[in-house]
Write a protein that binds this ligand. Structure first.
Ligand SMILES: [Mg+2]
Length: 178
């Protein structure tokens, strides 16, 4: 099946965090607090997905309060931190959201993402993902993690679903209110 056909069926976009929404860098302070950076264009991509009624979610092996805040600000629907078995969480999400694997898109970068990448309807890899992740994915971003890869993945789905007129209209409405 062609990737555009796969993308047309997507109702929810799930993302890994470290190395996908970030470039993988973690700055550790002497007190143990960690600092990561997120790309504003990925945030805008998530907003655009929400504008047309697509759901979003995060599944990450690590945990951070900063991520919790960023996810809340972006109104991400499902946030799962400290997860080792990502596929089990995927199954939980599908049950809760009443979706099938075919209706889920997932983007990741490393081996912890492999089991999910293998089963979702549309799997994406960042440009600097592990070779096995790239091999198993349908879509490979031209951007590395933390530098707009998620935005490109989301836009690929929006284009396949012919959502741009709707997005432009809704963005105009948003600008008017503010
Ligand atoms: Mg990762």
């Amino acid at each position: 099946m062609r990737n555009t056909e796969r993308a047309k069926r997507i109702k929810m976009i799930l993302m890994d965090v470290d190395g996908t929404l970030t470039d993988g860098t973690i700055l550790v302070f002497p007190d143990g607090e960690e600092l990561k950076s997120y790309h504003v264009r990925d945030g805008m991509g998530i907003l655009m997905a929400h504008l047309v009624g697509l759901k979003t979610g995060i599944i990450t092996g690590k945990s951070s309060r900063a991520l919790e805040k960023r996810a809340a600000k972006l109104k991400i629907d499902e946030v799962h931190q400290g997860i080792l078995d990502k596929k089990r969480i995927l199954e939980d999400i599908c049950r809760r959201q009443q979706l099938t694997f075919e209706e889920i898109a997932y983007i990741g970068d490393d081996l912890g993402d492999l089991e999910v990448i293998k089963v979702v309807g549309l799997a994406g890899a960042v440009a600097d993902a592990h070779p096995l992740i790239k091999q198993a994915s349908h879509f490979i971003s031209s951007f590395p993690g933390g530098q707009g890869a998620v935005r490109e993945f989301i836009e690929f789905i929006l284009t396949a679903q012919e959502r741009w007129p709707e997005i432009e209209e809704k963005l105009t409405e948003l600008t008017k209110i503010k």
